[in-house]
Each structure stands twice: as C-alpha cells, then as structure tokens.
Design a protein around this ligand. Structure first.
Ligand code: IDP
Ligand code: MG
Length: 152
C-alpha cells in the first residue's frame, strides 16, 4: 500500500553531513521526499514526540541530544513507506544495526552512546506517521487532509 511517513535527520546526522546520503538511499529505493525543511526543536516538541520514553532514565540525555542542533524534517512517500524506511534505518541500537543500514553505517558505536546517537528517526506505524506529519508540518494541515487522497 502507498503510504507516507515522517523522517527526521537528527542533530548528529546534520553535523555529519548525511542529508544527501540518506536522500540518495530513499530515492534509490523508490521512496519520494515530498517535503523537507530544517528546524530547531523546542523542549515542548521533544516531550510530545518522545512521550513514550519521557519517564525513562535516558530521557534527559535524549532531550539534550535533540536540542543540540537543527534537524531536517521530511515527509516520505511510497509503497509500504513506513516499514521500508525503518528497514533502511536499522534498529535503535547502532551496534545492533547491520552495515548497509543508515544507523549501522553512521550511528555512534560506543557502548555508552550507541542507543542514543542514532542519526535518524522514522515513524513506527502508519497511525504514528500521520500524527508526526501533523506535529512537525502543522502548516500543511489543510493540504494534509487532501494529500491522503492524492498520494503520488
Ligand atoms: P526508535 O527511534 O528506533 O523508534 P524509540 O524506542 O522510539 O526508538 O526511542 C526513541 C529514541 O530514544 C531513540 O531513537 C534513541 O535516540 C533514544 N533511545 C531509545 N532507547 C534508548 C536507550 O535505551 N538509551 C538511550 N537512548 C535511547
Ligand atoms: Mg520510535
């Protein structure tokens, strides 16, 4: 099924100049980047986006990481986009991510940091993708309603 998903190059990914590399990987896999912008996250946005881990001991470190520089927010469309983007990213822990995945190739491999500094975010379900697209691209709200019907 054609879907869209929310992808975010995290601050370490921006610092490592990985934007073109990740776009290339998505495009070569027949996924289309339909929207892209640079933005600086706020504490409020981080708490909302990472509400599912906000009670974990690592949350302050995650928050500091996500505030450490700008991110690149993207909407990506294509067949089975949510799962295919997750596969191209690799698992959360960069030490477990295989070479050839974005996290496996570019994430932090230190024991202390491999679970946090993992370069990229991708929505984990179609439902969350819609929530995240609306969260990070609120300016598309009206367009979003019709986009669902006119997916490329
Ligand atoms: P995901 O990004 O692979 O979907 P989530 O479980 O949604 O993983 O966690 C959100 C983010 O929180 C991760 O991408 C990572 O940056 C950070 N994180 C997750 N688990 C840990 C952990 O055990 N230690 C430190 N940071 C973590
Ligand atoms: Mg997640």
């Amino acid at each position: 099924m054609k879907e869209r998903t929310y992808v975010m190059l995290k601050p370490d990914g921006v610092r490592k100049h990985l934007l073109l590399e990740v776009i290339k990987r998505f495009e070569q896999n027949n996924l289309m980047i339909t929207n892209l912008k640079e933005m600086k996250l706020t504490e409020e946005l981080i708490h909302e986006h990472y509400a599912h881990v906000s009670d974990k001991p690592f949350f302050p470190k995650l928050e500091e990481y996500m505030l450490s520089g700008p991110v690149i927010a993207m909407i990506i469309e294509g067949e089975d986009a949510v799962n295919r983007v997750r596969k191209l990213m690799g698992p959360t822990n960069c030490k477990e991510a295989l070479p050839g995945t974005i996290r496996g190739d570019y994430g932090n491999k230190d024991d202390e940091n491999c679970r946090t500094y993992n370069v990229i975010h991708g929505s984990d379900s179609v439902e969350n993708a819609e929530i995240e697209v609306n969260r990070f691209f609120p300016e598309l709200k009206e367009e979003n309603k019709s986009l669902k019907k006119t997916i490329r």
